[in-house]
Design a protein around this ligand. Structure first.
Ligand code: DGJ
Length: 481
């Protein structure tokens, strides 16, 4: 090869290398996600690097300008992780606080609902949590770990049953006088125990009380506003969401009010984990934080952030909002709502949700999905037509629910046909009948002979409650996304 040829080859090589480096740089830059401007409920949550946020069943702590979020991770070897944010919208991953290697007790453990508070006297961050073996929930223990630095690995101290009581779903509360409390579900989740902690926050000092005996409450979260304490809890339905309730009292030791409903019957598809006070120059707001669990893919679980509003000193309301923009300076929570288009359709009779059986693409069968709020197959869009009539579209296939003359139902392409028009008639118990415009018959559910699926058909509609009523009862439940 001549000298000139070699020179050109080198130049060419360097030009190509420079282009590659430049392009990779541009690509790497393009991958950095831009800052988010609001909390978007229901959407997949990612940190500032674009990775999923793994901090479920979590709690919050404010240190200086930072809000810290500490929660369950369950990815690979990790049990508890830490994130921080200056706006409660954009979160930066700061480290893993507990891993399976932190202590021999953690090799084979399941850690749930970790919460951290700071002890001014010992200058230590103290974490309390629910401890189980990975295999089941029979240990029913609380556990404690500490650290000098909120962002650094915690030192495992112990797992135990508080004053020999079973202890599952739990939370921590630090009062304005510096006293700290641990609350947990006990006696196989039948009751709730509240304990005062010792001055160093590392042990139980005494039991303050046992509340809501036999009410089967879990997922507790405590807040104080003015002269009143509030405890928010869920019912026990595994990973399925249910109606959250709250109680109030002027003292943590009670007497506590009865349990009052808050939010929708499914708590907008979430379960409480924390109530976050946001104190600003103008006001202090209180934000509900709940988990929308996905037990099939744990890291896909989401958090729901909803402002709590107060009708008076002891009455709380929680409405669904799609977006929340916290104003940390003033303490106000700005909200933006969006209309709900997608629904899950629940059968009163079976308690299950209408979906499409994969092997039968033309008929609208109901699969036995108990937990369905994250499954796309269970979503329907309801399109209002004239005269309170609706079309019901299966989101995944884009097909419409249609009645047939022979009482069968099927999913088919959109047509200008009364067979695809349904009227929702709300019954006195809140469930609805869906009446087909063409046939005048009501959507009805029936167990198939092989009991593998439930078939949808139409049958005679009666205005009164009849023997068939449950089979014709449906709930159009918004997916809250
Ligand atoms: C509901 C609890 O609140 C969760 O933390 C978890 O323990 C699930 N039950 C397990 O089914």
């Amino acid at each position: 090869m001549k000298r000139e040829q070699i020179r050109r080859l080198f130049l060419h090589f360097f030009a190509v290398m420079a282009a590659c480096i430049l392009l990779t740089g541009v690509k790497a830059q393009a991958q950095i996600p831009s800052l988010k401007t609001s909390i978007i409920n229901g959407s997949a949550e990612t940190d500032m690097k674009g990775n999923p946020i793994n901090a479920h069943g979590g709690g919050f702590l404010k240190i200086g300008n930072y809000y810290y979020l500490i929660g369950e991770n369950r990815q690979k070897n990790v049990l508890v992780s830490c994130y921080r944010s200056t706006d409660l919208i954009n979160w930066e991953f700061r480290g893993d606080l507990l891993t399976r290697s932190s202590d021999s007790e953690l090799k084979n453990a399941n850690i749930e609902r970790p919460k951290v508070i700071y002890n001014e006297t010992t200058k230590k961050f103290v974490m309390w949590m629910h401890y189980e073996l990975s295999s089941d929930y029979s240990y029913a223990r609380a556990a404690v770990a500490t650290s000098d630095d909120i962002e650094k690995p915690f030192t495992w101290l112990k797992s135990f049953q508080p004053l020999d009581n079973m202890s599952r779903d739990c939370n921590l509360y630090k009062d304005t006088d510096g006293k700290a409390y641990f609350i947990s579900s006990t006696r196989e989740n039948r009751d709730m125990n509240l304990y005062e902690l010792t001055k160093d926050y590392l042990s139980i000092k005494l039991k303050v009380g046992t509340f809501w005996v036999d009410a089967q409450r879990e997922a507790p979260a405590i807040m104080k506003r003015g002269n009143y304490y509030f405890i928010l809890t869920s019912f026990c339905t595994g990973w399925e969401p249910n109606q959250a309730k709250y109680a109030w009292s002027e003292s943590l030791s009670g007497p506590w009010s009865g349990l009052k409903d808050i939010g929708s019957p499914t708590s907008y598809n979430s379960q409480p984990t924390f109530i976050l006070p946001i104190a600003g120059e103008k006001t202090t707001s209180y934000m509900y934080v709940g988990d929308r669990w996905d037990p099939a893919l744990y890291s896909n679980s989401r958090s729901i952030y909803l402002p709590l509003t107060f009708e008076n000193d002891t009455t709380i309301k929680m409405d669904w909002v799609k977006k929340v923009i916290p104003n940390l300076a003033t303490g106000e929570l700005v909200t933006q709502d969006e209309p709900q288009h997608q629904f899950r359709i629940k059968s009163k009779w079976s308690g299950e949700y209408l979906s499409l059986q994969s092997n039968q693409s033309s008929t609208a069968n109901v699969a036995a999905y108990k937990l369905g709020y994250l499954k796309p197959n269970l979503r329907w869009e309801i399109f209002p037509s004239n005269n309170e009539l609706v079309r019901i579209k299966h989101v995944q296939t884009g097909k419409y629910l249609e009645a047939e003359e022979n009482n069968q139902t099927r999913l088919s392409d959109e047509k200008k046909s009364d067979l695809q028009l349904w009227k929702e008639i709300r019954q006195k118990d809140g469930w609805s009948k869906l009446i087909n415009k063409a046939t005048g018959k009501a959507l009805t559910i029936e167990r198939s002979k092989n009991r593998k699926a439930e078939l949808l058909y139409t049958s005679d509609y009666s205005k009164e409650y009849d023997a068939n009523y449950d089979k014709q009862g449906f709930l159009l439940a918004p997916v809250y996304e």
